[in-house]
Design a binder for this molecule. Structure first.
Ligand SMILES: [Zn+2]
Length: 281
């Protein structure tokens, strides 16, 4: 029997990373939502695809009032926003929400389709009670990406900007007002990763929004190296993406994987070849 949409996009399993932090894992293990509990409040990082059944689970895990935030506006992270009254995000994330017609669910039927979008900025802090979360703007994969630095545990929640499988560095749909070319994305990503590395000591555990979590610190070094080796012209280009869903959306094979060590990006190959070997950073 074919699974229905809620079984595909809204079958969650959760486990504790420590006594007051949960991974909510779904999409066959490929996506991670996080729930952090402080003495007074909880923080939910991302809302999934909008299957409509996430809030029930979250309220079984914690009795604290929940603050909701998106690592960024891509639909697999923000689809369920309408289950809550208010969601914190960067301004660039807000632009991505207008592509919600591509979601598998009619999110206008969620309880709060006109939820408040509370705009935050780099350096803002969320106080949960004996647990302070600092927001870091690390936009490159998307127009508005946050990392969350948990000062009480050393957890660093990195969203889609740093993960074990690949980071996507192309837009599937242009967002008005945010033209973010590959050169800008790569240079910004490099700067962001150097910033995260410089903050080492404040964090000890890297927790991405996709695939395995936590991941080795070496991924961060390899992502820094990857951008440097693209511009130096000796990063490794792999024509095969080895990603079923992205390959389905790229019938003309415009994308490639570019790799250094354990780090790789999916990029538009023609755009990348203009930069490949063009300069040193
Ligand atoms: Zn994304």
């Amino acid at each position: 029997m074919e699974p229905n949409l809620i079984q595909v996009f809204g079958s969650y399993m959760s486990w504790k990373l420590n006594e007051n932090t949960w991974i909510i894992n779904f999409m066959g293990g490929s996506q991670n939502i996080y729930l952090l509990e402080g003495r007074e409040k909880a923080l939910l990082i991302d809302t999934g695809w909008g299957a409509g059944n996430l809030r029930d689970l979250v309220e079984k895990l914690t009795r604290r009032p929940v603050i909701v935030t998106n690592t960024h506006g891509h639909l697999d992270h923000s689809g369920g926003n309408g289950e809550w009254e208010e969601v914190l995000m960067l301004p660039g994330a807000e632009g991505d929400l207008f592509t919600c017609h591509r979601l598998p669910f009619d999110v206008s039927k969620l309880p709060f389709p006109n939820y408040i979008r509370k705009i935050v900025k780099d350096g803002d802090r969320i106080e949960l009670g004996d647990r302070t979360i600092e927001l870091l703007d690390i936009s490159a994969h998307s127009n508005g990406s946050l990392a969350y630095l948990d000062h009480s545990t050393g957890f660093l929640f990195a969203g889609d900007e740093l993960e074990s499988a690949q980071v996507l560095m192309y837009e599937t749909e242009a967002i008005p007002g945010y033209i973010f070319d590959l050169d800008t994305r790569l240079r910004t990503h490099h700067k962001n990763m150097l910033r995260l590395r410089a903050l080492k000591g404040l964090w000890n555990t890297l927790l991405p929004a996709h695939n395995g979590a936590p991941i080795a610190h070496g991924y961060l070094d390899d992502y820094i190296g990857l951008v440097e080796h693209i511009y130096a012209g000796d990063a490794i280009i792999e024509d095969k993406l080895n990603h079923f869903y992205v390959e389905q959306s790229d019938p003309e094979h415009k994308l490639c994987r570019v790799r250094w060590g354990d780090a790789s990006f999916f990029v538009n190959k023609a755009d990348m070849m203009k930069l490949y070997g063009a300069s040193s950073l």
